[in-house]
Design a protein around this ligand. Structure first.
Ligand code: IMP
Ligand code: MG
Length: 335
């Protein structure tokens, strides 16, 4: 803080929603800017409720936090309105005038494409076709939509003013570096760059304004859709280890593999990562469940964390030990 970019280091689903919800409360975030679109779901568990957010920033659980959706985002109007209702954030959420609109026709195009749906294995939400339309300069923008008028704002101006006034601002990236159109594993990638720089660009914040790049890794890797996954385990083995997951957004089965240090090093390099958050350590080492201090961790878990720090050269500052927002070891104050 004051300005942190958070993003995923693997293939999405690293648990960014959980880390953001923790920071929202712990660091008392003032502003959270979401980027990306409805292909991504950020899961937030709070006070026994589970929210799967495709549009509303994951920091919503802090009632004082201003929530923004950046100009680079693609807005799905019905999903946005539904989530605003569910999270009761009507009076504190804003959308950039020039964010573009994703429509039903884009989802139909995505699902009808043998290449996109069949080969790439997209979420079918239409994000690729919506971005294509934007690139053709024919997309509708938020400012053209009557239902969005109450929410419109200049997100870049709000975010930069907040940073200049010493407020705590989080730029919320979606998906993971390995799904990046530029840096991932094409053609098995999403329709945009997902690196930390791209997240800044989507929000309208320049690189000199960012103090921290917090990259989130899960203690093992998962991937949905097509494309390589180094070290991929058979489903039976994933089930045995408790690594088997289904996607929050689409319900599809996630493939899984052990944590890969080479990929982590690449993610740290391209994102310019200054801090790492590691999630689901309790799935790898069940004895870690709900622990809140580093000292209590079993030796094996400490060794794993040391190895990540040694190989990447970046400190692991936050460690997830359970699904609730507050199930975290925060080494920013303990080390
Ligand atoms: P698209 O982003 O829907 O075009 O899908 C392209 C690829 O990215 C597919 O492999 C999807 O499964 C994957 N993908 C997109 N969004 C997410 C996400 O939020 N989490 C995990 N995978 C995603
Ligand atoms: Mg997700």
């Amino acid at each position: 803080m004051p300005c942190t970019v958070i993003n995923g280091g693997f293939w999405g689903d690293e648990g960014k929603g959980k880390i953001i919800s923790y920071l929202a409360l712990k660091d008392q975030l003032d502003v959270c800017v979401r980027t990306g679109s409805v292909n991504a779901a950020h899961t937030v568990w709070f006070q026994g409720n589970c929210y799967k957010l495709h549009m509303v920033p994951a920091a919503f659980i802090n009632e004082k936090c201003r929530l923004l959706i950046g100009t680079g985002a693609n807005i799905h109007i019905p999903q946005f309105l539904k989530e605003v209702e569910e999270t009761s954030v009507k009076n504190r959420i804003g959308i950039d005038y020039q964010a573009s609109i994703i429509e039903e026709k884009h989802s139909i195009q995505d699902k009808a494409s043998a290449h996109l749906k069949g080969v790439v294995g997209t979420t079918g939400r239409g994000v690729g076709p919506a971005i294509e339309e934007r690139v053709r300069r024919s997309a509708k923008l938020a400012k053209d939509i009557p239902e969005l008028q109450p929410y419109l704002t200049d997100v870049a101006k709000e975010a930069n003013d907040a940073i200049d006034n010493g407020k705590k601002v989080l730029l919320e990236g979606t998906q993971g570096l390995m799904l990046s159109l530029f840096h991932g594993t094409p053609p098995y990638v999403t329709g945009r760059d997902t690196s930390a720089s791209a997240i800044c660009s989507e929000a309208g914040v320049g690189p000199t304004k960012v103090d921290n790049v917090l990259t989130v890794f899960k203690a093992f890797m998962t991937r949905v859709g097509g494309g390589p996954l180094p070290g991929e385990l058979p489903k039976e083995e994933a089930l045995k280890r408790g690594w088997f997951e289904t996607a929050a957004g689409t319900g599809r089965e996630r493939r899984s593999a052990p944590f890969n240090f080479e990929i982590a090093k690449k993610a740290v390099m391209i994102n310019g990562t200054t801090q790492i958050a590691l999630t689901k350590l309790d799935i790898l080492h069940p004895q870690c469940k709900s622990l809140r201090t580093y000292q209590e961790l079993p030796e094996e878990a400490k060794q794993f964390i040391n190895k990540i720090e040694k190989q990447t050269g970046v400190p692991v500052v936050l460690i997830g030990t359970g699904p609730e927002a507050l199930d975290i070891i925060d080494r920013r104050e303990q080390s």
